[in-house]
Design a protein. Structure first.
Length: 276
């Protein structure tokens, strides 16, 4: 009887071990150091990550800064993130979803109103640098079309690293230590009060296309490749179409949102009429 009982216990333990789901860490940027970070990832968890991945993975969320996030995605850790921008360098060490999970409005040039004339026409960052303007950038971030020019040693570019780099850049700008920064509107709104934001003006950047894609991105691990495959399948669902429509309509001017959704339909085949 004892032998039978031992066999039953051993079988139960082996079965439990065999059915245990592998852990997958979802890395989230601690950009804003506020409840906005938690709200963002919780929305993604409820609408996309859990429906697509939770049946196969034990999902864990970890907040970190941008530099550490990129380093971990480039390692052998089973990890992923939401809405990362794809670059050729990142594609060498990370795997990206086929369809963007979000289209971002582009970064803009920000400066004090006494430094930059307001207007609707895009302005060239190359031109500003050639005219001896000084720029502040986040050192661990890719600025894509501007990466080469920011790396040019003949220009005055200060690269900021470490915790809360967005806040550091805004303080340097407001204290007139640098002339310009390249930033997202939401990032500045999250870090500086309205009376300081009112001192700044912004212009679209001539070197940038209208929008920039963010993708679900994972480490090149067995879990990472499987997570991407599951996300790619979920991206074709009516539920995901509804979420894409909701995100872009709530976060953007109607004209911009409609232009983004039109790209989703024509380039990626997302059928928003099925999302209602």
């Amino acid at each position: 009887m004892r032998l039978i009982a031992f066999i039953v216990i051993l079988f139960t333990l082996n079965t439990a071990k065999a059915t245990e789901k592998p852990k997958l860490t979802i890395l989230s940027h601690a950009y804003f150091a506020s409840e906005a970070d938690k709200l963002s990832i919780n929305l993604h968890l409820a609408a996309v990550i859990n429906p697509a991945l939770a049946d196969e993975f034990d999902i864990d969320v970890d907040f970190t800064n941008h530099a550490r996030l990129m380093k971990r995605l480039s390692s052998d850790e089973a990890s992923c993130t939401f809405n990362a921008i794809k670059t050729p360098e990142r594609a060498e060490s990370m795997v990206f979803s086929k369809i963007p999970t979000y289209m971002h409005m582009q970064r803009q040039v920000y400066a004090l109103k006494s430094t930059l004339k307001s207007g609707s026409a895009p302005i060239s960052v190359n031109k500003l640098l050639k005219n001896k303007g000084s720029f502040g950038i986040i050192g661990s971030t890719s600025y894509r079309e501007l990466d080469d020019v920011f790396a040019n040693k003949q220009y005055n570019v200060a690269a900021i690293y470490g915790e809360n780099a967005f806040l550091q850049l805004s303080r340097l700008l407001l204290n007139k230590r640098i002339d310009y920064i390249v930033a997202y509107k939401q990032a500045l709104e999250a870090h500086i009060p309205a009376h300081e934001l009112s001192q700044l003006t912004s212009r679209r950047i001539a070197e940038y296309p209208e929008f920039i894609n963010g993708f679900f991105t994972c480490s090149k691990t067995t879990a990472g490749y499987r997570a991407i495959a599951l996300i790619d399948d979920y991206m074709k669902s009516a539920e995901m179409a509804a979420y894409i429509q909701q995100l872009h309509s709530q976060s953007n001017h109607p004209d911009d949102a409609n232009a983004m959704l039109d790209i989703y339909s024509k380039r990626y085949g997302i059928r928003f009429e099925n999302s209602n």
